[in-house]
Design a protein around this ligand. Structure first.
Ligand SMILES: Nc1ncnc2c1ncn2[C@@H]1O[C@H](COP(=O)(O)OP(=O)(O)OP(=O)(O)O)[C@@H](O)[C@H]1O
Ligand SMILES: [Mg+2]
Length: 318
């Protein structure tokens, strides 16, 4: 992680201090500032580094599926729960759970999250057996959680429990000293990947990059450099015009795997179609997939398959 600025070095000092403890960490920062990178750095520097690092993005999962995603479900827990499913907390046992976009956790699920943080225990959805786990939690958000508490959409007890050790990553425009090194790093990276030679970064290009306000932070810089490397033919870095674009939506996290993006898209289409898979108004048609293809993808991603169409119709009607 590049860190020429005092601000980022301070962040990394905090990482070093907190990593070996089991304290819950709340990583705060605008989109693209490196929250996920920091979460991984904490895990890697902790005694749990050879245990799983499990990531859940609360914004990418429909709220109705989030409880099962985090805590798992027993067979028959709900109409379409045809098999038992292990949740992310169980998968993270002994390791770290990175809960991204924690501000998106619905109010009704927050007590269960608080309980697993405090008591290390929970029940699977539809289950009666209490499961105990040893999980270190790192949460992240680009939202103002304290403000959400004030507005009544985030529980104060959960907020205090998460806010034990907050780490705030400043936006890139407040640490312009980091820009030069990041530019060199990304130019080298994309030149190698695209098989291009870039020998010269003109000084006026560097100046423009240092002065841009970067609302999408490091991720935006990374994308701009990628585009620049593609456009550069003569060995000189050719900068595309720098516009002030609206920040990239955090749910379109490019660091996410293709699988998780597909899974989120499928889950969203299913929610929008009330879990109707086939037919002209079903999720398969909406996604441009064959019904059987969608069904096998749902199976692969552990999304519950509706038992039968009539079931769905009654759910829609009810
Ligand atoms: N200091 C840094 N050095 C090198 N690369 C960095 C640094 N900070 C961020 N990056 C890169 O910038 C990109 C965005 O980082 P990351 O995904 O961690 O941001 P984020 O805060 O989680 O964003 P979002 O809120 O959109 O999810 C990644 O490709 C990451 O590798
Ligand atoms: Mg992120």
């Amino acid at each position: 992680m590049l860190n020429d600025s005092a601000a980022l070095r301070h962040v990394l000092d905090q990482v070093e201090v907190v990593a070996p403890t089991d304290a819950t960490v709340l990583v705060l920062g605008e989109t693209g500032t490196g929250k996920e990178l920091i979460a991984r750095a904490i895990h890697d520097a902790s005694g749990r580094h050879d245990r799983p690092f499990i990531k859940v993005n609360a914004a990418a999962i429909p709220s109705g599926l989030l409880e099962s995603e985090l805590f798992g479900h027993e067979r028959g827990a709900f109409t379409s729960a045809i098999a038992q499913r292990i949740g992310r907390f169980e998968l993270a046992d002994g390791g770290t759970l990175f809960l991204d976009e924690v501000g998106e956790i619905p109010l009704e699920l927050q007590p269960k999250l608080l309980r697993v943080l405090q008591e290390h225990e929970f029940e699977r959805l539809g289950g009666t057996r209490t499961i105990t786990v040893d999980v270190r939690m790192i949460a992240a958000t680009n939202r103002d959680l304290a403000g959400m508490v004030g507005a009544g959409c985030f529980r104060d007890d959960l907020f205090y429990r998460l806010n034990v050790f907050p780490i705030a990553i400043p936006p890139l425009r407040e640490r312009a000293e980091d820009i030069d090194a990041l530019v060199d790093h990304f130019v080298g990276h994309f030149a190698r990947r695209l098989n291009r030679r870039i020998d010269v970064i003109p000084s006026e290009t560097r100046k423009a990059l240092r002065q841009h306000p970067w609302p999408g932070n490091v991720r935006e810089l990374e994308n701009v450099i990628q585009r620049a490397v593609i456009l550069s033919q003569s060995g000189r870095l050719a900068l595309p015009p720098l516009r002030i674009e609206s920040p990239i939506r955090p749910t379109q996290d490019e660091a996410e795997t293709l699988d998780s993006i597909e899974r989120a898209a499928i889950a969203r289409a299913l929610e929008q179609t009330s879990w109707v898979v086939g037919g002209p108004r079903g999720a398969a048609a909406r996604l441009g997939l064959k019904r059987t293809t969608l069904q096998s993808m749902m199976k692969r991603f552990g999304l519950p398959l509706p038992r039968e169409r009539t079931d769905d119709v009654s759910r829609v009607a009810g």
